[in-house]
Write a protein that binds this ligand. Sequence first.
Ligand SMILES: N[C@@H](CCC(=O)N[C@@H](CS)C(=O)NCC(=O)O)C(=O)O
Length: 212
Amino acid sequence: MAAKRGITLYHSPASRAFTAYWMLEEIGVPFDVRTVDIRKGEQKDPEFLKLNPAGKVPTLTDGEVVVSENPAIAIYLADRYSYGQLAPRIEHADRGAYLKWMVFSTAVVDPVATLHEQKIDLPGFGVSFGSFEDMVAVLTGVLTGRKYLLGDRFSAADVVLGGTISRLLYQKLLPETPVLLDYNARLTARPAFHRAADATWPSHLFPVGAAT
Ligand SMILES: N[C@@H](CCC(=O)N[C@@H](CS)C(=O)NCC(=O)O)C(=O)O
C-alpha cells in the first residue's frame, strides 16, 4: 500500500540541511519547514530524537515515511517525485555512477574535509575514505571537461555532492581550482539553489567560518 504524502523538512539555518532544502526546491513539490536550531540544542529534543535518534538535521518526513542523511533523502525524493528526471531510472547506465556520487559525498568528501580542517590527515591506504589529496583528485577528475557529474545531465547527485562541494568552497575547505569553481558557478546559478540559500543560509547572520 502506498504511503500517504505530505512533506516536512526539519532543518537548521546555515547547516547541511541546505542540501535537502535545495533538493526540494529542484523537485518543486510543496513542503513544510520546521526549524530545529542546532545552535540552541533543539536537535536533542526528545520529540525530534524520535524521528532521528542521531539528533542531526536534515530529517524529512513524508506522510509516515521518515528519512535522514542527505544522500538518502535525495535518493528517496528523486525516486518518488522525479524518477527518470533528477533520478536516472534503475535500468539506465547512469544509475551506478549516480548512486556512487551520492554515497561518495558523505562517505568520503564530508569526513575527509572535516578531518583536514582539524589538521588530521590520515594516510589514504587502509582508511575507508582515503586521503584529502586523493579526494580532491577524484572530484577534479570527474568534473574536468564535464558540466555535471553525469555529463550534460543535471541530476540529484549534483544537488548532494555538488551541494557539499559548494558548502566546502564557501567555508574555504576545498582548494579554489578552476574546475571546482566553474562547477560551483553552474550550480549556484540555478534558481532553486538561490531559493534554498535565501531561505536557509542568511549570510549576514552566518558569514564564512561560522557555518557547521
Ligand atoms: N551525514 C549527515 C550529516 C548531518 C549533520 O552533520 N548535521 C549537523 C548540522 S550541519 C547537525 O545536525 N549537527 C547537530 C549535532 O551534531 O548535534 C547528512 O549528510 O545528512
